[in-house]
Design a protein around this ligand. Structure first.
Ligand SMILES: C[S@@+](CC[C@H](N)C(=O)[O-])C[C@H]1O[C@@H](n2cnc3c(N)ncnc32)[C@H](O)[C@@H]1O
Length: 207
């Protein structure tokens, strides 16, 4: 596995520190929004799957039983909670940075990432890595918080961005579709999930 040690130490810290509180903090938004999106999207995913930025494993309950799930996250404490709270086979779960995935090219049928490209330090590099490890003909699935196409909504996202960055490293105004396309992926579906177009599902293909 290739991970720059200093980079790794720097970016694992914030979620590591709040890992024990994360599920509690997220309860309202999880209950009213995220949970129903996970239930819609995750059960359709099959085969050999990599989940990037697994967090406390909130998607794990929704993968089909026969799915082979590998999960990575830069925070060991978030992964510990995923392991504690889920009885899926966790032997393939590792502490790793999205920008330095330690897997061979063309390994996975699906690469999944939910609410992660808004957090990672280098989203384009992370997206390039997702492309690299996804098989030709495979699919990358992102559900992400992003900059709205409405200037009115984007104004408020810009205004609150410094606060969400300071609290949770969340860059709520990133142009995620542009980042995904810049990484060389081809977007095949973009669908609004909630709060107009602030949360979107993006399916993309590596070739
Ligand atoms: C907002 S949480 C989302 C967690 C989970 N995907 C979910 O849907 O609940 C963001 C996660 O990304 C992880 N993360 C942040 N930077 C990362 C990086 N560079 N590489 C891998 N994971 C990272 C954090 O540790 C955290 O678990």
């Amino acid at each position: 596995m290739l991970v720059e040690p200093l980079y790794f130490m720097k970016f694992s810290s914030k979620y590591d520190r709040i890992a024990f509180l994360y599920n509690i903090l997220e309860t309202p938004i999880e209950h009213f929004m995220f949970k129903s999106w996970r239930k819609k999207v995750i059960p359709e995913i099959h085969g050999n799957i990599l989940e990037v930025g697994l967090g406390t494993g909130k998607n794990l309950a929704y993968y089909p039983d026969d799915a082979k799930v590998t999960g990575i996250d830069v925070s060991p404490n978030m992964l510990k909670i995923a392991k504690r709270d889920h009885d899926r086979d966790m032997t393939n779960f590792a502490t790793m940075a999205a920008e330095y995935l330690g897997f061979a090219d063309d390994t996975f049928d699906y690469v999944v990432s939910t609410f992660v490209l808004c957090v990672v330090a280098d989203p384009e590099k992370a997206s390039k890595e997702m492309k690299r490890v996804c098989k030709p003909g495979g699919c990358i699935i992102n559900i992400e918080h992003m900059r709205s196409n409405s200037e009115f909504i984007a104004f408020f996202e810009d205004m609150f961005n410094p606060v969400s960055k300071a609290l949770l490293d969340e860059h709520i105004n990133r142009n995620i579709p542009a980042i995904i396309e810049k990484s060389g992926l081809r977007i095949i579906e973009e669908r609004d999930m909630g709060l107009v177009d602030v949360f979107r599902l993006i399916r993309s293909s590596p070739r």
